[in-house]
Design a protein around this ligand. Structure first.
Ligand code: FES
Length: 361
């Protein structure tokens, strides 16, 4: 069951003017719970000006580094990112939930795999963890990274990327795209679009040779690349993407809210979490199980509330729900009855959910 741990900030280093690399001091006692896979994320929680703020950040370190590092880029109006880039300092304690997320594939040291990644801005954070891990543990695998930034000065993990390129000279290629600086080759100026992808797949990427694709960045870029790749026909299982939030998700991908036509229909909700039981009643179809439970002061795990991070995952043992969006659960989990409680709207009279249920695989 995911829980927050108090964790000391070991160090903070500026990687660009508005991005901080935060290293966390995970105690030996907690190290077991904080074991992670490349591409996973941490949820951080802090009390900022009296308000509890939770945000998920991808680990940019590799499990092989024995380090827990996140890079937090300051975003306009971003409460946590402004705090992390201004007030947070080494020695401070913040609350951290153990790693989670599915943005990875198994490491297969004996195989020769070809990976392609598309990243933009801070979307590089999980991808750099993935690159480091696979290239170190799979001696024959290759990685091509297509990375979009505004300018050279805003590339948040530039030195580390260059170090990786030098280390894996014959197995790693990086193609930088800049949106606010001119490069000599027109292809690498500006954002990705369909015509650029057409050129990339004619000249630099042989889709027949690619084993897995990874995409992370702004949502519009993710959906553009994902849809393009789907059009090329690979098994969708090999297209992996990581959303940080639901901002800018195309209209047809947005959550569909159910409209409540009859507020006399009620659902009795029974929740098991942390070995305890909690029950309450709510208007059917009115809001998510998580939102309704939090209003009743239940202490349940959540982070994004957008169907992205899976922190609120639970097993539906009884009853029926409408699910708005799911960007986190695998088909196997859905088949086993797991739901994202932040996206699950009760539609039956009785609902039983279990946050403690563990996945069978
Ligand atoms: S809280 Fe992130 S998916 Fe529900």
């Amino acid at each position: 069951m995911p829980r927050f741990y108090p964790v000391k900030v070991k160090s903070i280093k500026k990687t660009t003017a508005d991005c901080s690399l935060i290293s966390l001091d995970i105690s030996e006692a907690a190290a077991g719970d904080f074991r992670f896979r490349q591409g996973q994320h941490l949820t951080l929680k802090a009390l900022i000006d009296g308000e509890e703020v939770r945000r998920s950040y991808s680990l940019c370190s590799s499990p092989l580094d024995n380090e827990w590092q996140v890079a937090v880029k300051k975003v306009e109006g971003g409460q946590f990112s402004t705090y992390a880039n201004g007030r947070l300092k080494a020695g401070d304690t913040i609350e951290v939930m153990p790693p989670s997320g599915r943005f990875y594939v198994e490491v297969e040291p004996e195989k020769q795999k070809n990976y392609v990644a598309f990243a933009a801005g801070s979307g590089i954070t999980p991808i750099i963890s993935i690159i480091k891990t696979h290239l170190q543990l799979e001696p024959c695998s290759t990685f091509k990274l297509f990375y979009i930034n505004q300018a050279v000065s805003t590339i948040i993990l530039k030195e580390e990327l260059e170090g990786l390129k030098n280390l894996f000279m014959d197995r790693m290629e990086i193609f930088h795209f800049l949106t606010r600086e001119e490069r000599s080759i027109p292809l690498f100026n500006g954002r990705l679009d369909k015509s650029k992808l057409d050129i990339l797949f004619k000249t630099l990427i042989d889709p027949e040779a690619v084993d897995d694709y990874f995409i992370c960045g702004p949502n519009l870029m993710i959906f553009l690349v994902r849809d393009y790749l789907l059009g090329l026909g690979p098994d969708p299982k090999h297209i992996h993407f990581e959303l940080f939030n639901i901002n800018g998700i195309p209209q047809n991908e947005k959550p569909k809210r159910r409209s409540v036509s009859d507020d006399t229909l009620r659902s009795d909700i029974s929740i098991r979490e942390g070995g305890k039981h909690f029950s309450f009643s709510m208007v059917s179809g009115s809001e998510s199980i998580l939102d309704a439970a939090l209003k009743k002061n239940a202490d349940l795990p959540f982070a994004c509330k957008g169907g992205v991070c899976c922190t609120c995952r639970a097993k539906l043992l009884e009853g029926e729900v409408d699910v708005m969006v799911n960007y986190g659960l695998e088909q196997e989990e859905i088949d086993e009855g797991y739901i994202l409680t932040c996206q699950a709207i009760p539609t039956s009279e009785k609902i039983v959910v279990d946050f403690d249920a563990s996945i069978s695989k």
